[in-house]
Design a protein around this ligand. Structure first.
Ligand SMILES: [Zn+2]
Length: 885
């Protein structure tokens, strides 16, 4: 009752005055005055309360309310402009507000130009006395953490309506950029739950369904991507929109607002000092500590608990609080202890939603003030950061990178597009160069000199790192971009770089191939292109018969004899039910939309005479259209599943059926050719229908497992042995399982004894937080089709190890010795991994079992390993079982 009455009181007050004073003591009443009382407010600007018809925190703000409020305020105020900078997957607009004094708004383009010129040393732009500092406030990258989104309303209100000397000083000397909601889809999902289960009588009971929400769906965007891991990779439309603006403005201070677990207090930067990325300058971290001082002062003035230097770090550079720090600015993360719904009982007492909105709002204003207090230092620091890039480049041993993706222009395009997106310049290679046994050809390979303003950012994307000060990571310990894209690349030292190598600057377009010649006999295209699976799916969806070449072959084409690699796709006219003109149209689409050159073959006979296979030989296997059932749900890893959905739906235009794991019983598996279990929690998973899955595989189905899913399928399908029945009861052949392993007396003596204060530092040592390993890929195996080199980089973020199976042909990828390419893994883990399987493909009955130790689709940025997964869909029957002796 207490809360309900209070909310009614708030509602009554909301209509009356913009500044609500509820209690004398803000410590005891967390719902104290929302707005600073040391300024006056322009009565022409509606408060959020007046606009919404309820107090902030009484119910969460819906996305359309946020859009309407901000648009209304921007129309009424000469201090604010608002722009729609993009749309989400679910078609919601993403708003971008620019706030500054009316005088600054009148010359905002000049201000922006001069500011960005500080980051372009060629312009020799000086820091001018009246140059505003640029502060970026962003809310809601994790949609579930919705108090941040609500805090954007009072922030925008304050920027538009507050009056007086202090505010004039702030707005005359700052440009404040507000991205009101980074992740509208996740946020909308969250609010739908809260509104669905919110009661009139506020309920703080943690057991209430309102508070017991599977936040993963709302933390992430439509396809399950954590958008605060996207600052580098920018594979999703939301970060694509706001990162474009970020680079357009190059803010000095970037702040992002979050919620963390309910039993904490309040965090803000700086994070754990020993986990700061070595490319972040010390002065950047000093500035973080200074800019947050007004936020500290605010928290202190109300005697509120907060902490720095724990839990969160500045290591992974693909998140908001770190990315800015390798781009001449500073990043500040804020985390409020979540109230889940409107109120929640916690170990620290009742936590309210309104209280979190208020803290985020008030520290937003405090951080803008902190940026203002350090205006000259921040601007000088930014200028010096970019000005020193050339000197840094001179002192760095690597002078340039050369890279290429032979046979795959599309992958190279995506790679260069991302570098260009981050304002990194790439040039054509003018002369062939051979290094590390690979020849990079002029006209095909590209070169990226290190002496350019984004020197530090390039290093953060290309450096490999295997030595670390700390062994604990809040996120993955490495993200070496050329490894994730699987491009061939090499670093040039000073001796090897000369001006003759560097050609014209390039910005690639998505490749388009010429339409194919009219064929007399058949069409053939190679599998090396990133979009070859999409092309294949076009054909199979139209019921065109297609075959895959299990061996290399040479065919006579309209443009002469051509050597085709394994995995090439042949579409002949033999037995087609689809007309030649229809096939021709699909081939034109493949050339135009997938960027794949389609060859026109003139004869079925090998161009080598009798030495090579003819097109009708047994080495050309028919391919059937995959019908995919992807297992999802609460017990599955939503990131892994979302990555697969995104890859198939967005990039490959392929249909995928998703079903909750708890709802698989009774599903007729015969509708599907492929069943996919990605990572997840499999500890208690022992479904009654496991036998159906085994029978379906025996009958011809393909089951694919990734990470924990692979481990489960190994035990329950591939290596499963029917228990021996005695008197109708199963008798286990060997009861000692790995997990049931008990220490023998002589092993007990060897167990190390440790003091408890070492626990936190040692806890993660055995975990792999995300590191890149080298594998040896069998490129003669159908799962290796499309690859031309045996060495492959793999992202691993579990400790699970797949032992190699008995079938000597079934280990498609084995980890190299030593395996680590970049990132942190303990010596013990590295040894454990050496020579084990990273990818297993084996036949079972008429079906197949394909097991990935790691996630080949990680964060949609592992372009280099996506094809392994797609091969598992198209070629799972293109290899044979081990011959019986
Ligand atoms: Zn968050």
């Amino acid at each position: 009752m207490r809360s309900t009455l209070k909310n009614i009181a708030l509602l009554a007050l909301a209509a009356a005055l913009p500044a609500i004073a509820l209690a004398d003591d803000p410590v005891r009443d967390p719902d104290a005055a929302m707005y600073p009382e040391d300024v006056r407010y322009d009565s022409r600007i509606p408060t959020p309360e007046a606009f919404l018809g309820r107090p902030l925190g009484a119910a969460p703000v819906r996305h359309h309310e946020l859009v309407e409020y901000i648009t209304t305020v921007a129309e009424l105020s000469d201090r604010l402009t608002v722009e729609i900078i993009g749309y989400t997957h679910e078609r919601r607009p993403i708003l971008f507000v620019v706030a500054s004094s009316a005088e600054n708004q009148a010359r905002i383009d000049d201000i922006k130009y001069q500011h960005v010129a500080l980051t372009e040393p060629d312009n020799q732009q000086e820091v001018l006395p009246d140059m505003p500092v640029v502060t970026w406030l962003n809310y809601g990258v994790h949609g579930a953490e919705s108090s941040g989104m609500d805090a954007s309303l009072p922030t925008v209100y304050y920027l538009a309506a507050a009056q007086g000397e202090k505010v004039n000083e702030l707005l005359s000397n700052s440009v404040i950029l507000v991205t009101a909601v980074f992740n509208p889809d996740g946020h909308a999902n969250r609010i739908a739950w809260l509104d669905t289960f919110g009661s009139k009588v506020v309920n703080a009971d943690p057991n209430n369904i309102e508070h017991d929400y599977d936040g993963r769906l709302a933390r992430t965007n439509h396809y399950g991507f954590d958008l605060n891991r996207q600052w580098i990779s920018a594979t999703q439309p939301e970060p694509r929109a706001w990162m474009k603006k970020w680079h357009e403005w190059r803010p000095n201070v970037s702040v992002d607002y979050h919620e963390m677990g309910s039993q904490q207090t309040y965090y803000f930067a700086p994070g754990v000092a020993s986990r700061t990325h070595p490319l972040i300058p010390d002065e950047g971290m000093q500035l973080v500590a200074e800019v947050v001082q007004p936020a500290e002062a605010f928290m202190d003035s109300e005697a509120r608990l907060y902490f720095h230097g724990d839990r969160y770090d500045h290591f992974f550079l693909g998140k908001g609080s770190s990315f800015a720090l390798v781009n001449g600015g500073i990043g500040i993360l804020h985390e409020a202890s979540s109230a889940r719904g409107i109120e929640l009982e916690t170990v620290n007492g009742i936590r309210t939603y309104r209280e979190n909105i208020r803290k985020h709002f008030r520290t937003s204003i405090a951080n803008a003030q902190g940026a203002l207090n350090n205006r000259h230092r921040l601007l000088d620091y930014q200028r010096a950061f970019y000005d020193s890039a050339s000197a840094d480049a001179r002192n760095h041993s690597v002078k340039a990178y050369v890279f290429a993706a032979p046979g795959d222009e599309a992958r190279l395009y995506h790679f260069v597009d991302l570098l260009n997106f981050h304002r990194i310049k790439v040039y054509g290679l003018q002369q062939d160069i051979t290094q590390g046994g690979i020849t990079y050809r002029a006209g095909e390979a590209l070169i990226m000199p290190m002496d350019q303003p984004q020197h530090r950012l390039i290093r953060s994307l290309f450096d490999t790192m295997t030595e670390f000060e700390d062994s604990k990571f809040y996120d993955t310990s490495t993200w070496t971009l050329p490894l994730s894209f699987g491009v061939e690349y090499t670093a040039l030292s000073g001796r090897r770089l000369n001006a003759n190598l560097v050609g014209q600057e390039v910005s690639l377009e998505m490749p388009v191939a010429d339409p194919p010649d009219a064929p007399r006999y058949s069409y053939v295209f190679e599998w090396s292109n990133y979009y070859a699976p999409r092309a294949m799916n076009r054909l199979l969806t139209a019921d065109v018969l297609a075959r895959v070449a299990a061996n290399p072959f040479v065919a006579q084409t309209t443009r002469g004899p051509y050597s085709f690699n394994r995995g090439s796709i042949i579409v002949s006219f033999d037995r087609q039910e689809v007309s030649r003109s229809e096939i021709r149209e699909i081939m034109n689409d493949i050339a135009k939309q997938d960027g794949i050159f389609v060859h026109s073959v003139t004869s079925g006979r090998s161009a080598t005479g009798t030495a090579g296979p003819d097109l009708g030989s047994q080495f050309f296997r028919p391919v059937t259209k995959p019908e995919i059932l992807l297992v999802v749900g609460r017990d599955m890893d939503w990131y892994n599943a979302g990555e697969i959905w995104h890859l198939l739906d967005q990039r490959m235009d392929m249909q995928v059926t998703m079903r909750d794991r708890s709802r698989l019983d009774g599903v007729d598996l015969n509708r599907y050719t492929h069943l996919v279990f990605a990572g997840g929690d499999f500890d208690e998973y022992a479904p009654a229908y496991a036998g159906n899955i085994r029978a379906w595989v025996d009958g011809g189905g393909t089951v694919i497992g990734i990470r924990q899913g692979a481990k489960w399928l190994r035990e329950n399908v591939l290596d499963y042995v029917e228990p021996v029945m005695v008197d109708g009861k199963p008798v286990a052949a060997d009861a000692a399982s790995e997990s049931g392993h008990e220490l023998l007396p002589d092993e007990l003596a060897e167990v190390e004894r440790l003091s408890y204060d070492q626990k936190q530092a040692r806890d993660p040592i055995d975990l792999i937080g995300g590191a890149i390993f080298s594998g040896d890929l069998d490129i003669s195996h159908p799962l290796g089709f499309g690859y031309s080199r045996r060495e492959i980089a793999l992202l691993k973020n579990t400790k699970d190890v797949l032992e190699r199976p008995m079938n000597p042909y079934a280990t498609v990828i084995a980890y190299a010795t030593p395996p680590l390419l970049s990132g942190y893994a303990s010596d013990a883990n590295q040894e454990l991994l050496e020579g084990t399987a990273a990818l297993i493909a084996d036949r079972k009955g008429k079906g197949s079992v394909i097991l990935f130790a790691d996630d080949p689709n990680f964060r949609a940025i592992w372009y280099g390993t996506n094809k392994l997964f797609l091969n598992a869909l198209f070629f799972s029957k293109a290899f044979d079982a081990l011959a019986k002796e």
